[in-house]
Write a protein that binds this ligand. Structure first.
Ligand SMILES: [Zn+2]
Length: 283
């Protein structure tokens, strides 16, 4: 029974393939494998709510992604977010976070950022904190994206109220030295199979250090493809030629993580399922 702790099933790139993915999913994941489907902006929240209604394996998460923090949003977006959380006890907050890569490292012509107005760090922090507060006040999990911004994120996590049940650092690629403090703050860490790329040794080494009760697995589909050799599920590229990841590749996350930690995949999956429910299940 495999759970995908983080993906974007509502994404346009997956839309044409939804029937195929839904059909493959129970086969991939056993009878009750779940996936947390993360919003990026109020415009995709209704699609996530509809997916959660249609598919028993979907757990909805609603949030504004740091890449969308510079886009126009409705004046009542916070009320909309609160309403989505209150309407469904299974709903959590995500994907929220901070990203300095888009501000300082991304190439101006990176196609993934075409049309994106890159919000400044103070703008990103303001929106992040509003969303974190909504998660905390309802004790729902918050799923956090942090790219080259741990110096900004850590002081916020240290000094602001956090969800009592904890939070997820998705595709954790932060400095390994931060792991003990983050664990103390309530962090869970999800392993993305793109870390199986030979060049990602630092991330793999970090995941050997994560305590067993804080591990999760994810795909981030349609983004972050596993290396070719690990792909068990394939989809054609999208219209603009960009590659599309299939959530079924969650198999690679479990197999790869078990191999690098020297564990048996079945017992790892059992433990990850317990972690998944402790963090994400309605109480
Ligand atoms: Zn994501």
């Amino acid at each position: 029974m495999l759970h995908d702790a983080h993906n974007h099933l509502q994404d346009d790139a997956l839309e044409p393939h939804l029937p195929r993915i839904a059909e493959a999913w129970p086969g991939v994941a056993g009878a009750s494998g779940l996936m947390v489907v993360n919003g990026t902006h109020p415009t995709d929240w209704p699609r996530i709510a509809a997916l959660a209604e249609r598919h028993a394996f979907v757990r909805p998460a609603y949030g504004i992604h740091p890449w969308d923090a510079g886009a126009p949003r409705p004046a009542d977006w916070k009320e909309q977010l609160a309403a989505k959380l209150d309407a469904d006890p299974r709903a959590t907050v995500g994907e929220i976070g901070l990203d300095r890569w888009i501000l300082e490292m991304a190439r101006p012509d990176d196609p993934r950022l075409a049309g994106v107005r890159r919000a400044s760090m103070p703008e990103q922090i303001e929106i992040f904190l509003e969303q974190l507060l909504l998660a905390t006040s309802r004790d729902r999990a918050a799923t956090i994206h942090c790219l080259h911004a741990y110096d900004d994120l850590l002081p916020l996590l240290r000094h602001r109220p956090l969800p009592a049940r904890g939070f997820l650092l998705h595709a954790f690629g932060g400095p390994p030295g931060l792991v003990p403090e983050l664990v103390g703050l309530g962090a869970y860490f999800s392993f993305n199979p793109s870390f199986l790329d030979p060049r990602k040794a630092r991330q793999r080494d970090t995941f050997k250090l994560i305590p067993p009760d804080r591990l999760l697995c994810e795909t981030d589909a349609p983004a972050m493809l596993p290396p070719q050799a690990w792909r068990t599920h394939k989809l054609p590229p999208s219209a603009d030629g960009s590659p599309v990841n299939h959530p079924g590749n969650i198999e690679a996350a479990y197999a790869g993580l078990a191999a690098l930690r020297g564990e048996d995949t079945a017992s790892l999956a059992q433990r990850v399922a317990e972690n998944f429910h402790r963090l994400f299940s309605a109480r």
